[in-house]
Design a protein around this ligand. Structure first.
Ligand code: ATP
Ligand code: MG
Length: 262
């Protein structure tokens, strides 16, 4: 049984703006799935519908359902969803810049037992040894990649069953993207942690996930196994054209054809 199921989810912001128009997707236990799409496609909105973070942005799920381990979580608050094992690493590396990496991990800890805290902290440093090297620096002075690692580390402190990552590769060099994606794959394999990876970097992403969904203008337009999508000519044209970035030279061409929307 898939662990997380979105069924026809519609989200409206400010009572008028329809941001996602009936998105359906599922993620099985321990599976690694990507949600790919260009700017404004509705990727972050989809994640917020799962983590319960639409409220502060005046967004609302107006149709459809989100079920987690067989029960609807639509009515649950965001903290309750985290407690149930769903964690969302927001776009743009939200960390406490004035605190050290260690203090950031402490701030993310919700449990009482300090023994368990120490175990989790050591696990985070084992996955991200770079963070341990920077243990005395303020997190605001860490590099972009290190800040992304810390944001993921903070999420791991909640002992999630499903981690949602919103564009972790944004602004990072290809080498660093490889490093972070490698660590995410390792965590997925070792901890049997389900992963929902939101990305624009389709090339690197399709190399590490099992399956992917493509979202355009608030709708899923294609989905399937990563290798099948990678071989698809439309995906190649539009998503894999320029080193994994959207190839703007092909946009017109794509608009004319848009085979997958037909
Ligand atoms: N708080 C908000 N209020 C109103 N409209 C919003 C809000 N957040 C997002 N939108 C709109 O909803 C649509 C989907 O936005 P979303 O942030 O989900 O896209 P995205 O795929 O994550 O894009 P990006 O790759 O640029 O992060 C966009 O048209 C966006 O302008
Ligand atoms: Mg986004």
């Amino acid at each position: 049984m898939p662990a997380l199921v979105l069924e026809n989810v519609e989200v409206i912001y400010d009572k008028v703006f329809l941001a996602i128009k009936g998105v359906s997707l599922d993620i099985g236990e321990g599976e690694m799935v990507a949600l790919l799409g260009s700017n404004g496609a509705g990727k972050s909105t989809t994640l917020k519908s799962i983590s319960g973070l639409l409220g502060p942005e005046r967004g609302l799920v107006t149709r459809g359902d989100v079920t987690w381990d067989g029960r609807s979580i639509i009515a649950m608050g965001a903290p309750e969803r985290v407690a149930s094992g769903l964690v969302h690493v927001l776009e743009g590396r939200r960390i406490f810049g004035h605190l050290t990496p260690d203090e950031n991990l402490i701030a993310a800890w919700r449990g009482g037992n300090s023994g368990r805290f120490n175990e989790l902290r050591e696990q985070v440093y084992a996955y991200f040894p770079r963070l341990k090297e920077r243990i005395k620096s303020k997190a605001g002075y860490l590099s972009g990649g290190e800040q992304q690692m810390l944001a993921i580390g903070r999420a791991l402190m909640t002992e999630p069953e499903l981690i949602m990552l919103d564009e972790p590769s944004l602004g990072l060099s290809p080498l660093l993207v490889q490093e972070i994606f490698g660590i995410i794959s390792e965590i997925n394999a070792r901890e049997k942690l389900s992963v929902l990876l939101v990305e624009q970097n389709a090339a690197a992403t399709l190399d590490i996930v099992d399956r992917a969904y493509l979202i355009e203008q608030g709708q899923v337009v294609m989905s399937g196994a990563a290798d099948v999508l990678k071989a698809n000519p439309d995906v190649q044209d539009f998503y894999l054209g320029g080193a994994g970035k959207v190839d703007y030279r092909n946009v017109k061409h794509y608009r004319r054809r848009k085979r997958w929307l037909a």
